[in-house]
Design a protein around this ligand. Structure first.
Ligand code: NAD
Length: 265
């Protein structure tokens, strides 16, 4: 595991909740946080897989508290239950990583109201719910941090990402509003966003499926990336850890792009 070689307690003593942690970026983030000394609650709508991921992380980092929770991030009652259970088990909450997300490829003409609402709920409303409902716990555990996983899609429009572009842009600005509110209210709670570009996870499957030819799809993606390679979940996890840890104590309301230069051109 690439994360373990960097382990030097960068999240020691922290208690973190990571949503969408069954696989991909969420799982890599939960594993890195655990390797760096945090207790971690992994939540995901895919309960069997998140349980397995938590078990594997617990085996990798013996002695660390790692729990798994079934959680649909679009459901306010599920959020209340997850926050109750996670804070009971860990004794509080210092870090919230709003990572769960999903996408489909639809232009404004292909999208319908139901599809639009689903994308907004999973990607944007979920972040509102998480921040709104977790804030009482985070305020009680200063210094605390929220990291919202947005996307390069908050900056760069694609014809077939109408709803996702809009949702990830909402996360970008919601993050800043929360940061300013918490700072002005005197809470020691920072809020920042991380913006992955093309990262090799299941969320990219529809792009490959639509193209039919995997090689051609990959070549087209690589042409958009100045570094000419897809990112890995572990690379994004490093950026999330930085924004979540005390290493970024003077950073709030900011965004960190992890996209191989995609949004620089
Ligand atoms: P992924 O599909 O591997 O992981 C997403 C996880 O979210 C899955 O485990 C899934 O079960 C979970 N999830 C989906 N809907 C949920 C719900 N309603 N409630 C709870 N969990 C739910 O994809 P990923 O790339 O790891 O995505 C993580 C985040 O990164 C997402 O917010 C995504 O939009 C963002 N992102 C990814 C990329 C990329 O290229 N991979 C690029 C930009 C942004």
């Amino acid at each position: 595991m690439t994360t373990a070689r960097f382990a030097d307690g960068r999240a020691a003593g922290k208690r973190a909740l990571v949503t969408g942690a069954a696989r991909g970026i969420g799982r890599a983030t939960a594993e890195l946080l655990a390797c760096e000394g945090a207790q971690v609650a992994l939540s995901d709508i895919d309960e069997p897989v998140v349980r397995q991921s938590a078990e594997e992380i617990a085996a990798t980092v013996p002695g660390t508290k790692v729990l798994s929770l079934g959680h649909d991030v679009t459901d306010p009652d599920a959020w209340r239950s997850v926050l109750d259970r996670a804070t009971d088990a860990m004794g509080g909450l210092d870090i919230l990583i709003n990572n769960a997300g999903a996408a489909h490829l639809r232009s404004i003409e292909e999208e319908d109201l139901k599809g639009w609402q689903w994308v907004q709920r999973v990607n944007a409303e979920s972040v509102f719910l998480g921040c709104h409902l977790a804030l009482p716990y985070l305020k009680a555990s200063p210094p605390a941090a929220i990291v919202n996983v947005s996307s390069s899609a908050a900056y760069v429009a694609r014809a077939n990402l109408a709803a996702y572009n809009a949702a990830k842009s909402a996360v970008f600005m919601l993050t800043k509003s929360i940061a300013v509110h918490c700072a002005r209210a005197g809470y020691d709670v920072r809020c920042n966003s991380v913006h992955p570009g093309y990262i090799r996870t299941r969320i990219l499957d529809p792009i490959y499926e639509r193209a039919g030819d995997e090689g051609a799809a990959e070549a087209a993606i690589l042409r958009e990336i100045p570094l000419r390679q897809l990112g890995t979940p572990e690379q994004v996890a490093e950026a999330i850890l930085f924004m979540a840890s005390d290493a970024s104590a003077y950073i709030t309301g900011a965004e960190l792009k992890v996209d191989g230069g995609t949004t620089a051109v």
